[in-house]
Design a binder for this molecule. Structure first.
Ligand code: SF4
Length: 439
């Protein structure tokens, strides 16, 4: 079928932060009259938003560029891998343009050069919430770019630069627009959410007549006033994070804290150069649970980091037994080109040892998760509907973020709608997922 508007095929790889970049580029292109397709063939050009975090992500990005070149030929590359353009241009000299992350303007300019817009911008081509790649009832809200930390396994600060926080009123205006357009759950993302506003020296500002400081506490409180669910991701356990917990207890924001602890051995954390690594996390977790018994703590861990010994790993498992976290992800360490961890002079952990540790870690945590999930049987939980099914719906409780956590299968007598929040009685539980009946 011939399409009258110039057509762009878009490939979005990587993390939720990259997804937000994709949404912004797409929103802008749609506003200018470009149409989108998911087929490279027949499109006027292809944009590939790459991820350059670990080697497997880079390989996936390079493969996507290769496919786009083979199937279309006119390819624009952006995203994290674009921060090291030679890694792309050496292999694919024919790509039209390579830009780094957040370079929306340059991407749009490259599209203009490759395929001029058909007509003047018409803003009414764009729905009020912008074009979102995530389903309409939840949206990622990016509050800052970059990171001031220097975790030794990570090259994000090299790729994305130092922390740049968005002004608080700007974030609030975007959040308001999203909620007005029907978004029921805001997922706050950044590289380091706790550090929000540091670069702006926590400047005082005002939103709707309320004086606010540019810091995560005031932002969370303001977001909580909009009436949608508000979920915080990538929160580091700096001392001021304690002040967020009462907002969860009040129900202003979701009782869900995504804190990437990465390890528990002080020695490994020191080699990882993790921010706030010396905070007494077990005592903090206990305190948070006392303040907000409903809180769910999610975290990710890396096993097989250079220099990790059996004793370090056992320490991690012991810590997990005490912390009893609610949601946990675990990765096997993968060296990243350009990361400081490669030059620490620490012995690499053999792959088979790292794999065995990963499997043991997951089994260990699964038992903890199952026990916690089973304790919910017979209780009533709130769930947001993600997808309607013939017998009810698939949803998520307040303790489950989309894409990374579990789901609740909902049986219901009455028809349910996507984005609806319902109360369900939990009937069955597995390590990650629940089954409930809508009451
Ligand atoms: S906090 Fe550490 S892991 Fe996260 S982006 Fe910053 S440097 Fe990377």
């Amino acid at each position: 079928m011939a399409l009258s508007a110039p057509t762009i095929s878009f490939v979005s790889l990587g993390c939720p932060k990259a997804l937000v970049d994709s949404e912004r580029i797409i929103t802008r292109l749609r506003a200018e009259g470009y149409a989108l397709t998911n087929r490279h063939e027949g499109a006027d050009c292809v944009i590939v938003n790459t991820c350059g975090f670990i080697d497997s992500a880079k390989a996936e990005s390079l493969e996507a560029i290769g496919t786009a070149l083979a199937e279309n030929g006119k390819v624009i590359v952006t995203g994290c891998m674009g921060a090291q353009p030679q890694s792309i241009s050496e292999r694919f000299p024919d790509v039209l343009s390579i830009t780094g992350p957040q370079a929306y303007e340059s991407v749009v300019e490259a599209v203009h050069r490759a395929v001029p817009p058909a007509h003047d911008p018409k803003i009414d081509l764009v729905p009020p919430q912008g074009i979102k790649l995530t389903p309409r009832h939840y949206a990622y809200l990016k509050i800052s770019e970059g990171c001031n930390n220097r975790c030794s396994f990570c090259i994000i600060p090299q790729l994305r630069g130092r922390l740049v926080s968005r002004p608080l009123p700007e974030v609030m205006r975007e959040a308001e627009r999203l909620v007005a357009a029907g978004v029921k759950e805001l997922l706050v993302i950044s590289q380091d959410t706790s550090a929000y506003g540091l670069d702006r020296r926590h400047e005082r500002t005002s939103w709707k007549g309320t004086d606010l400081e540019t810091r995560v506490l005031d932002l969370a409180r303001a977001l909580g006033s909009l009436g949608s669910w508000v979920r915080l991701h990538y929160v580091y356990p700096y001392p001021h994070v304690d002040a967020l917990i009462p907002l969860m207890a009040e129900g202003l924001i979701l009782p869900y804290l995504d804190i990437p602890f990465q390890h528990a051995s002080p020695k490994v954390l020191k080699s990882m150069r993790r921010p706030a690594a010396r905070e007494k996390t077990l005592q903090r977790i206990e305190k948070w649970r006392a303040l907000c018994p409903e809180i769910a703590i999610r975290s990710t861990f890396i096993v097989g980091f250079p220099g990790e010994t059996d004793a370090d790993f056992e320490e991690l498992l012991g810590w997990m037994s005490e912390a009893k976290l609610d949601r946990v992800g675990c990765f096997i360490y993968e060296p990243v080109n350009g990361a400081a961890a490669n030059d620490l002079g620490l012995p690499m952990v053999p792959q088979e040892v790292a794999k065995a540790r990963h499997d043991r870690f997951m089994r260990h945590q699964q038992a903890i998760s199952l026990e916690k999930q089973r304790a919910k049987i017979g209780t009533e939980v709130l769930a947001i509907v993600d997808q309607v099914t013939p017998k009810g719906a698939i949803g998520r409780t307040k303790h489950d973020a989309p894409e990374i956590d579990g789901t609740i299968t909902l049986s219901s007598q009455k028809p349910l709608a996507v984005g609806e929040v319902v109360t369900a009685k939990v009937k069955r539980a597995q390590a990650y997922d629940l089954h409930g009946v809508v009451v």
